[in-house]
Design a protein around this ligand. Structure first.
Ligand code: ADP
Ligand code: MG
Length: 914
């Protein structure tokens, strides 16, 4: 075989492939060998912009399985049996989301690559699901298209419909061959097919029934998978292909009859091999640039490009659960689903990028080894039915599809690890910070004490010194002064005595005798004495001045000390200010950390959930953060995983604390607020949390949010939480007491989003069912608010309004019967009757059902009869009594009509038989 271009061999992608190696000829997708084909391929591609496998792969991971969901329309049986119930799923193709209804209130949302509603044409399904795969096969890759779903949901319709009566009904197999034959020239290329059935791990040839145990051969080097024993038929034209498919169907039927099996137990596998030769594609590229390339072209060896398209109509997915429960033999039970569950396991392993992909576990996975994931394009179409009776089956099919969208899951898992460690690190930092802060605070306080004490000591020591010195100086001066005075006195006395001639004073005697003896001499002596005294006085003055100077110095020293004390004090207050700032900063940081932690927790729940589900080998879905929390809240049993880990809700309470979560409802950051209210709403969905939330003031905070917020998301989520809390009677009273009706009405007036209105209407509808609150609810405008919301025509909103009215009518009727209420119905007073009459025959069954009940309740009391007749309600009542699909309602309407004289008279007047 001329697979010569070994340089193009691609080993890079083998990690993502079911196989270990892939020896397909690889080439850049933008380069085409054949101008004719190139054009064709391009036009083919353009036709399916949102195609599985094509659009996103440019940026995505190679080999990601593209998953589309197809919803089958209701069949005749379902149109009758499920008439009163809504579909269990709602498809939102514009946003590629699917909602799986849980109950009237809630649904889980899943994203898929493509959503095909019950109206999707076979053409559209082909273009979205299979066309990109077919294009890849024509480019030389392997490709797989598989249909997975419960029996009867349309797998065979999607893949195998031949469309001979109605060409528009042609399925994927037929359309794929049309595209293949249009793209290859059969003179130089070849297209061949095998058609097989895999039943109980045995491969049978649907083109040659005697061939009933075909073995799988794998080329150990290239990893290519082949079935040498299977009939391989060369396709000449479209008709021969269709004939072969039909022949295969006949043989399948016969084989199954022989084995006493139905087709839903087996897998049907179509393999189409496309082999085409391609000449020197590189030269085509360069030939535009000059003649030289023509030389190159002729030197290039031809390349044979082989592609294999595998189309698998899988066994009914219900077989996964039901094997063994339907009287199968042990052997059957073991092997019927082996392939299907092995496929699931391989998908999980690929999703986790696990080192081991258990390909060898089943024939199906061995067969798909070289054509699933990796460089092979793989499309999975998940088929589901609308019936709420098969909700469980539908849910598990959806989960299978979610797991198949594997690569994103992988990314999430990695994130989970990062977030966890980040959370831990933040935690550690917080603790370190707290400890450091405490240490600093202590050091500051000690320092302040020390400085203050030192300053005080210094001051008192200075004061003491100063006082001592002052005292000492004072005593000295006093002493000196006294001494001087005494000396002067003595001298003065002596002088006196001298002048008086007294000689009994020896001290003066000489001087006076001298003076006497020398008349001029005594005067001189006196003068000298005076001068000396003057000198002494001067000295004394000097001394005093010196003392005063010293006192001044001491005083200035004291002032200096006082100043330094003041400085120390200002330092202290500066330090205190710094401490306060830091405390403030710390508080802010703690708040931020709490917010982060709560966000991180959310993310880790999500990641936990993903990891746990994948670990479990995945019989459940992978959900988004809130969805996962919801699920955990609603299904606490899942949390008892026995691995010793606490349930996330408990974790949330413990680690973040309800109080903190509630406090985040008032956070400044709008995102945090929205996040917090979502968490609270999820918590409020669980009955056991409701009491705690109300106790912690959560209800008040939620009502507050309605008052203060202007954000639609907050309105919606808060109203949802209130609606959940309003299911409980005590809470209903609390809501009313806290002005809830007024707030809900106000929010209803401002809200535009139907989902917000649905939540508000749901909350009021719950309040309407409380006997004690009837009067208050009405007087505060509750009924008017309900009626106001019908401006939004969304059926979900209308259903809640109708439920509220029915609840109110029921309570009112009870009160009338008990005699606690007289007079016309308040519903009639508030003008609800025209809307009731208008919608009594609404095509949406939840709306109709509630209104029918409301009509019956109103009609039970004669006081309402006249208004009902003039408002046209009698006609509707009569219709209910005849046509209502629910027997109890029919009987109730009938009884009501018969027992009312006013209605009877009017019916006689109008000649209505009853
Ligand atoms: P499965 O192969 O999954 O068991 P089938 O393809 O046999 O289911 O479909 C069951 C029935 O539903 C068939 O009668 C089929 O024609 C019908 N059906 C399935 N899908 C559609 C659809 N999208 N539109 C109309 N009819 C459908
Ligand atoms: Mg089928």
């Amino acid at each position: 075989m001329a697979t010569t271009a070994s340089v193009y061999r691609n080993g890079n992608y083998s990690r993502n492939s079911l196989g270990t190696n892939n020896n397909k000829v690889e080439r850049p997708p933008s380069v085409n060998s054949n101008p004719k084909n190139s054009l064709k391929s391009k036009s083919l591609r353009k036709s399916a912009p949102a195609a599985l496998g094509a659009a996103k792969d440019d940026t995505g991971v190679p080999g990601r399985v593209r998953v589309a969901v197809r919803l089958r329309p209701r069949n005749a049986e379902e149109r009758v049996a499920d008439a009163d119930f809504p579909d269990c799923v709602e498809l939102q193709p514009e946003v590629k989301r699917l909602k799986l209804r849980k109950n009237n209130w809630d649904s889980d949302t899943y994203e898929f690559d493509e959503l095909l509603t019950e109206f999707a044409s076979q053409k559209r399904v082909y273009e979205v699901v299979a066309k990109p795969v077919v294009e890849s096969v024509l480019d030389g890759y392997n490709g797989t298209v598989m249909a997975y779903g419960q029996t009867g949901t349309g797998k065979t319709y999607t893949l195998g419909q031949l469309g001979e009566e109605d060409t528009a009904a042609r399925g994927i197999m037929v359309r794929a061959m049309e595209d293949i034959l249009a793209d290859v020239s059969l003179e130089t290329n070849s297209v061949s097919m095998s058609y097989l059935q895999l039943y109980m791990e045995t491969i049978q040839d649907l083109l040659n029934p005697t061939n009933d145990n075909i073995s799988i051969v794998e080329d150990p080097k290239s990893g290519d998978v082949s079935l040498p024993g299977a009939t391989l038929v060369e396709i000449r034209n479209q008709q021969s292909f269709v004939d072969l498919l039909r022949l295969g169907e006949v043989h399948r039927f016969a084989a199954n009859t022989k084995l006493n099996a139905e087709s839903s137990r087996s897998h049907a596998i179509l393999m189409v091999h496309v082999k085409r030769s391609v000449r020197g594609r590189d030269s085509v590229l360069s030939s535009e640039n000059g003649d030289n390339s023509l030389m190159v072209k002729s030197l290039k060896p031809p390349i044979v490009r082989k592609g294999k398209l595998v189309i698998v109509d899988l066994a009914g997915s219900e077989r996964i659960d039901k094997s063994g429960s339907e009287g199968h033999t042990l052997e059957e039970a073991k092997s019927i689903n082996l392939s299907l569950s092995a496929l699931g396991k391989c998908i999980n392993a690929l999703a986790e990028n696990s080192a081991h992909v258990p390909v060898r576990d089943s024939k199906l996975t061995r067969l798909l080894r070289d054509s699933f994931g990796g460089t092979a394009r793989t499309s999975l179409v998940i088929t589901i039915g609308p019936s709420p009776r098969h909700r469980g089956e539908t849910a598990s099919t959806i989960m299978f599809g979610q797991r198949a969208m594997k690569v994103e899951n992988m990314l999430k898992l990695k994130e989970e690890f990062d977030y966890k460690s980040l959370s831990r690190r933040l935690d550690q930092q917080l603790h370190k910070f707290i400890a450091e802060h405490e240490r600093q605070q202590k050091a500051f306080e000690d320092e302040i004490k020390r400085v203050t004490l030192e300053a005080q000591n210094q001051i008192s020591e200075s004061e003491r010194n100063y006082a001592d010195a002052l005292e000492k100086d004072k005593t000295n001066y006093q002493k000196e002064y006294m001494e001087s005075i005494k000396k002067l006195e003595d001298k003065w006395m002596m002088n006196q005595q001298k002048h008086a001639g007294g000689e009994n004073i020896p001290g003066l005697k000489d001087e006076s005798s001298n003076a006497i003896s020398n008349g001029k001499g005594s005067r001189v002596a006196n003068m000298e004495e005076l001068a000396e005294m003057k000198k002494k006085l001067q000295k004394e003055t000097l001394l005093r001045k010196a003392a005063e100077g010293e006192v001044n110095i001491l005083k200035s020293q004291l002032a200096g000390l006082k100043k330094s004390e003041a400085l120390a004090k200002s330092d202290v207050s500066k330090l205190q200010k710094m401490l306060e700032d830091e405390a403030c900063q710390k508080e802010k940081l703690e708040g931020e950390i709490a917010t982060l932690q709560s966000q991180l927790l959310q993310i880790s729940f999500e990641a936990d959930e993903t990891a746990r589900r994948i670990d479990k080998g995945g019989s459940e879905e992978v959900l988004g953060g809130l969805d996962s929390l919801m699920l955990q809240v609603r299904q606490p049993q899942i949390n008892d995983s026995g691995n010793g880990e606490k349930a996330p809700i408990a974790k949330l309470f413990e680690q973040v604390g309800l109080q903190k979560i509630l406090s985040l409802l008032e956070a400044e950051d709008a995102d945090v607020r929205i996040h917090a209210v979502k968490v609270v709403a999820n918590l409020a969905a669980e009955e056991t949390n409701q009491e705690k939330i109300v106790e912690a003031g959560g209800l008040k905070s939620l009502l507050m949010l309605l008052r203060s917020s202007e954000d639609e998301t907050i309105y919606r989520v808060a109203a949802g939480a209130i609606a959940n809390l309003a299911m409980n009677e005590t809470n209903q009273e609390l809501i009313m007491a806290q002005g809830g009706i007024h707030l809900l009405s106000m929010t209803a007036g401002n809200a535009k989003d139907p989902q917000t209105l649905r939540m508000i209407a749901g909350a009021i509808a719950n309040l309407c069912g409380n006997d004690k609150l009837q009067m208050k609810l009405r007087s505060e405008g509750g009924i008017k608010a309900l009626l106001g919301m019908v401006r939004c025509r969304h059926p979900d909103v209308l259903a809640q309004v109708a439920r509220g009215i029915a609840n109110f009518a029921k309570c009112e009727s009870r009160a009338s019967t008990q005699g606690t209420k007289t007079g016309r119905s308040l519903l009639i007073e508030d003008g609800v009757l025209p809307w009731i009459v208008q919608n009594a025959n609404n095509e949406a069954s939840p709306i109709r059902r509630h209104i029918e009940l409301a009509l019956c309740h109103l009609a039970q009391h004669e006081v309402n009869a006249k208004d009902m007749i003039s408002g046209g309600a009698l006609r509707e009542l009569v219709r209910v009594s005849r046509d209502c699909s629910r027997e109890d309602t029919r009987t109730l309407a009938h009884r009501t009509l018969t027992s009312s004289p006013t209605f009877q008279a009017e019916m006689r007047r109008l000649r209505i038989d009853h």
